[in-house]
Design a protein around this ligand. Structure first.
Ligand SMILES: [Zn+2]
Length: 46
């Protein structure tokens, strides 16, 4: 599973088996779960 780093916006492959959730580029531990595109709501422009 991949997450998005809050700091450098990198896509991080998280090793869930080792419970290691950390950005490998900047060392940040706050990662965002990317939302599936299907859940995006379309808003009609006025
Ligand atoms: Zn990062």
């Amino acid at each position: 599973m991949s997450y998005i780093c809050l700091v450098c916006q990198s896509e991080i492959d998280v090793d869930l088996d080792r419970n290691l959730i950390q950005c490998t580029k900047c060392g940040n531990r706050i990662l965002l779960k990317p939302r599936p595109p299907a859940l995006k709501k379309r808003v009609k422009a006025i």
